[in-house]
Design a binder for this molecule. Structure first.
Ligand code: ADP
Length: 263
């Protein structure tokens, strides 16, 4: 299931050919409790080991389901070793620095899983579609980003980048539901409508960004997100695979335990 989601480094992302409503062969009724349980065990070890870290970058248009994916995947995970970071419009202080400054400061420490709700990819997506900086400025960022991520990877961070891929039709249904539901109205922003009008432009910006920045050290995965259970199953699997590859170990016990008794 996972290899078909991967954007092969050096190849086009091919978003148009990917179906956001794909079921990936996932059975809706199947219980993914086993995956979540294994995720927890591996996270425990990552935290105990304190040598490596995992960074999960979550991108997607409005209503793609970033928040609810984070809630699902981190159910029951030890909050100690886990940090969720939101990247919204940069503050004045953030804008006074280079665009990677704020993201670097929020990278997961050794032992942690960091999950990013939006990221430095807004600096090649949002700024591009809203014409916030000239094309020559965002274009050269692809190169910076690849090198920045290479440095993180070489220093011990496993990077998994996920685009929650939703169709324009499903986005419309979710935004309408958001407007109608008093429990969800707070999430609505007028910019959501503007961004919806730019759906095609945003998709084109993602196509180029994913194509230019999917690397062996920080690959992109396109997760079909029209169906929530498919999305949750796929994201859980991606994290699980990354943690299995890291294969964290409990640290060696360096003291002689036989000399201790607990009364
Ligand atoms: P979300 O939509 O993820 O729930 P918000 O409602 O706070 O969160 O929206 C965050 C907004 O900030 C998005 O429109 C996003 O495009 C924008 N944003 C994030 N990073 C940047 C950036 N570096 N430059 C411009 N806009 C950004």
């Amino acid at each position: 299931m996972l290899s078909q989601l991967r954007v092969k480094p050096g190849h086009a992302a091919g978003l148009e050919a990917r179906d956001p409503a794909d079921r990936l062969g996932v059975d809706r009724e199947r219980d993914f409790g086993d995956d979540l349980a294994e995720l927890r065990t591996l996270q425990d070890r990552l935290w105990a080991e304190r040598r490596r870290s995992l960074l999960v970058v979550l991108q997607g248009t409005d209503a793609a389901g970033k928040d609810s994916t984070i809630r699902h995947v981190f159910t029951g995970i030890n909050p100690h070793g886990c940090r969720v970071e939101d990247f919204a419009q940069p503050s004045t202080t953030e804008l006074a620095h280079d665009y990677l400054w704020r993201v670097h400061a929020r990278c997961p420490a050794r032992g942690q899983i960091g999950i990013w709700n939006r990221s430095h990819y807004e600096d090649v997506i949002a700024v591009r579609v809203r014409s916030l900086v000239p094309a020559k400025v965002w274009r050269r960022r692809f190169r910076h980003i690849c090198e920045f991520e290479r440095m993180l990877a070489e220093e011990g961070t496993t990077i998994v980048k996920i685009l929650l891929h939703i169709s324009r039709k499903e986005q419309g249904a979710r935004l309408r539901a958001r407007l109608a539901d008093p429990a969800k109205q707070w999430k609505f922003r007028p910019e959501d409508i503007e961004d919806r009008q730019r759906f095609g432009q945003i998709e084109a910006a993602y196509e180029e960004a994913l194509t230019k920045t999917s690397t062996t050290w920080a690959p992109w995965y396109v997760v079909p997100a029209d169906r929530r259970w498919v999305r949750n199953a796929a994201v859980t699997r991606l994290l699980l695979q990354a943690l299995r590859d890291i294969d964290p170990q409990f640290p060696d016990v360096t003291i002689d335990l036989d000399t201790f008794t607990v009364d």
